[in-house]
Design a protein around this ligand. Structure first.
Ligand SMILES: [Zn+2]
Length: 482
């Protein structure tokens, strides 16, 4: 499995990992040196298992390479089922995990939806006490391989203790930098700017996020790393600003349609001291003059956001990472867009850019359109074998027609199932400065769909569909609006 900041783009299909048991033994011993945080008992146990199988079955033994879960993974639930993926060799082996049969593809990539099995003996991993395990068994004729992965769930005592330490209800916290946050429920589509140094009321919290209350009672979620719980002596009180965005003609309370600015295509606001500056985008593109209908993308500035990195995103059974896949799709799309006269910029390429820094990067580019490219996955408890097809997300009214056009172009080109063009409050759909959407063409964690994402011809067809969707959006909106 590839990890770390440096990675190379992989163009061609990748061979299924074929580590032998002797290879696993070496890797186990190697990991003893580099992962000092692993419990010694586990290393000994694993090494013994490797040695046992090495001597019992020899170098021809069955091998299994688990991609998900990873050691010490934090599951979001303590009971029920979750998905597991990886590869097995020989490919016609039978794979079970926690006693449940997994589906194995012809090249050995496997996918299972298996029960979470609680472990009564606590094991320490990365300072946490693991309380669940996944036992993989692969069988081929008389040979077998076994792999145990320890994980922890929200019920593990150390996870509970950690949450308690962070959770300090009804305290105030200072916001460390400007935050765009989306509101949920009845206010879906509205967005609040919580300016740097504003103080929010902490209602509840966990290790990574706080739920905070705004003065009008709206609840928002902010990453714990963006907040400092202090008494706030000497810091100016800045009130969060909520932008209500009910339709195309109003971004209250700051803007209403007028002859000079008949339609909103986005807005941007930022705080400076106690001032709040709001700029509304009045025309779809920055270039002067009418759109050339024979070459509609000419002079458009389009931002492509290859999802993920530094985090790998979803990882397919063969180890193909979402961050690699999205960058390859973005490059293919950019080439086609540039051929039609558009100017294209990426939020990131090989260098990582954390999610929370992407709005600022896009704002600096000031694009006319933003498309965030992802490959789909599922959460714990959701059976991936039932998941097929394309989803496209948007949040604001001005992003909806773009989402619809790109969504339908993908369905048409790839022949995928329609899983909906959905209004959802996601960090990337929340970018307010221009029509902004997030696409999930198919599921990377499903063996046959991972294979598609690894195929350059498929990525080319997907890129063609994205460009067609953007083109149709521009033609549709410029023919019936100024
Ligand atoms: Zn993603």
């Amino acid at each position: 499995m590839l990890t770390g900041a440096n990675f190379k783009i992989e163009e061609a299909d990748r061979a299924v990992p074929k580590a032998s048991f002797s290879g696993r033994l070496v890797r186990s011993l190697f990991s003893l040196g580099v992962h000092a945080d692993l419990a010694v008992s586990s290393i000994v146990r694993r090494t013994l298992i490797c040695v046992f199988f090495f001597y019992t079955f020899g170098a021809q033994a069955v091998t299994i390479h688990v991609v998900r879960p990873v050691e010490a993974e934090e599951l979001s639930m303590p009971i029920g089922f979750t998905f597991v993926v990886g590869t097995v060799s020989p490919p016609d082996s039978v794979v079970t995990c926690n006693g449940t049969l997994c589906d194995v593809d012809e090249d050995g990539a496997f996918l299972g939806f298996v029960p979470i099995r609680l472990n009564q003996g606590w094991l320490e991993r990365k300072g946490q006490l693991c309380d669940a395990e996944f036992t993989f068994v692969a069988r081929h004729e008389d040979e077998m391989a076994r792999e145990v992965i320890d994980v922890f769930t929200p019920r593990s005592p150390s996870a509970a203790k950690l949450a308690q330490a962070v959770f300090e209800p009804e305290k105030t916290a200072r916001v460390l930098r400007d935050q765009w946050v989306g509101l949920e429920g009845d206010n879906l589509g509205d967005v609040a700017l919580i300016p740097k140094d504003a103080r929010v009321q902490v209602a509840s919290g966990s290790a990574s996020n706080y739920t905070c209350r705004l003065p009008q009672g709206e609840e928002i979620t902010i990453s714990a790393s963006e907040l400092e719980t202090d008494e706030g002596a000497g810091v100016a009180e800045l009130t969060p600003k909520v932008f209500h965005i009910p339709d195309q003609t109003e971004i209250s309370p700051f803007w209403k349609a007028s002859a000079e600015c008949p339609r909103a295509w986005g807005f941007w606001a930022f705080s400076e001291g106690e001032h709040l500056d709001v700029k509304v985008k009045c025309s779809l593109r920055q270039a002067e003059g009418p759109v050339d209908e024979s070459r509609p993308l000419n002079d458009f500035k389009i931002c492509l956001d290859p999802g993920h990195h530094p985090d790998p995103g979803a990882i397919g059974p063969r180890g193909f990472e979402e961050r690699h896949s999205t960058l390859l799709i973005a490059h293919e799309t950019a080439e086609l867009l540039r051929a039609e006269g558009a100017e294209v910029e990426f939020t990131r390429e090989e260098d990582p850019l954390p999610l929370k820094e992407r709005h600022a990067r896009i704002h600096h580019m000031n694009p006319d359109i933003m498309v965030s490219i992802h490959n789909n996955s599922v959460g714990d408890g959701d059976d991936p074998r039932l998941r097929r097809g394309t989803q496209t997300f948007y949040l604001y009214p001005w992003s909806k027609p773009l989402a619809e056009e790109v969504h339908h172009a993908i369905l048409e080109e790839l022949g995928t199932q329609d899983r909906g063009c959905i209004q959802r409050n996601l960090y990337m759909t929340r970018y307010p400065g221009c029509p902004s959407i997030l696409i999930e063409p198919e599921y990377l964690i499903i063996p046959d769909q991972e294979k598609k994402f690894m195929n350059p011809e498929y990525r080319h067809r997907l890129a063609t569909a994205i460009v067609k969707g953007i083109r149709n959006f521009v033609l549709r909106t410029t023919s019936n609006a100024s």
